[in-house]
Write a protein that binds this ligand. Structure first.
Ligand SMILES: C[S@@+](CC[C@H](N)C(=O)[O-])C[C@H]1O[C@@H](n2cnc3c(N)ncnc32)[C@H](O)[C@@H]1O
Length: 314
């Protein structure tokens, strides 16, 4: 299980801005919130309704946010009870992702063949069906609902066994897009342009703040892994910040039952009440207490939109 946790202190040492971006809630402009009572023993600032601030997860606290598989068994059980947190093993994620690709490619076993809880990866360059291109595949939008640590999107490690997975064998929806780019683009500048498009097409939402951070870190690390794999060097800090910005929009904190930012109504309730509030017309105050609906970003049309309104339209 060694090496699967990403140490937040290392991110902050590389760039405080990068850690800030990974903690950003793009709808509210604030930070994501804990939205779990698992950390309350560390103090007031770790209450479920509080924002996750960098100083709470670095320094002496740099180890507190851990992937589920390395959390204590008791904590795991509590999280299953509280939020139905049970993660899917990679072989099941693979089989389901295979079904999505089977529908898109119009043929079975495109990336690998799955058998008895394992899979064998095809090494040959992926062929595209007539009338479809690798660029279209990269741009296809994909969403993992209630994404946890995002095992359907990226598979640095098996979220159930904790075993690391070599880059050539990864099965996530983003992993697959990056494989396609690696196979079709040789020039680094163009490769990076297409990588950004792949990240822009991958979405996931989740309630608990620690899972959001872990999912975001997993996606960012996947970008680094691919650059090292393809070009034998690490990305520039500017590139890491750009990719992190995309991730901070596309992996967002939301209560999937309402489409709202968890605990976003709280801050309005806590606002200091002035004499004018008492004078306001009935009903107006009620409106102020409404929670904030989540916004997501459509990178192809370059605009943000409310998740709920998009679902209604669809
Ligand atoms: C069964 S786990 C699945 C995680 C991941 N997709 C997987 O397959 O491994 C369910 C996840 O849903 C999240 N969750 C629970 N209630 C939620 C809600 N109302 N809105 C969004 N996510 C929620 C939990 O925090 C947990 O991470």
């Amino acid at each position: 299980m060694q090496g699967i946790d990403i140490v937040e202190q290392n991110i902050a040492d590389l760039s405080p801005e990068l850690l800030n971006t990974l903690l950003k809630d793009r709808t509210t402009g604030k930070n994501i919130r804990w939205a779990t009572d698992n950390y309350e023993q560390y103090g007031e600032a770790y209450r479920a309704d509080q924002e996750i601030r960098p100083e709470l997860i670095i320094g002496e606290h740099t180890d507190i946010v851990q992937p589920r598989v390395t959390k204590a068994k008791e904590k795991q059980m509590q999280r299953t009870r509280d939020r139905a947190e049970v993660f899917t093993p990679s072989w099941i994620c693979n089989e389901q992702n295979n079904l999505i690709d089977e529908a898109w490619f119009g043929r079975k076993t495109v990336f690998n063949i799955s058998e008895k809880g394992k899979w064998r990866t095809y090494k040959k360059k992926i062929e595209f069906p007539e009338g479809k291109t690798w660029k279209q595949y990269v741009d296809e939008k994909r969403l993992e609902i209630s994404c946890g640590e995002a095992p359907y999107l990226v598979s640095r490690y098996d979220t159930v066994s904790g075993k690391t997975i070599a880059i050539e064998k990864r099965i996530g929806l983003l992993d697959r897009k990056l494989r396609i780019i690696n196979e079709n683009v040789q020039e680094e500048e163009e490769w990076y342009i297409w990588c950004k498009r792949a990240f822009q097409s991958i979405y996931g939402y989740e309630y608990q703040g620690d899972n959001i951070l872990l999912a975001r870190e997993n996606l960012l690390c996947t970008f680094i892994d691919n650059m090292v794999f393809k070009f034998a060097h690490e990305p520039l800090l500017k590139q890491l910040n750009e990719i992190a910005r995309i991730i901070s929009w596309n992996i967002w904190q939301m209560d999937g039952l309402t489409g709202n930012v968890p605990y976003s109504e709280k801050e309005i309730e806590n606002e200091q009440i002035t004499i004018f509030d008492f004078l306001s017309i009935d009903g107006e105050k009620e409106k102020e207490k409404q929670p904030i609906p989540c916004k997501i970003f459509d990178w192809r049309s370059n605009c943000s939109l409310e998740f709920n309104s998009m679902i209604k339209e669809a």
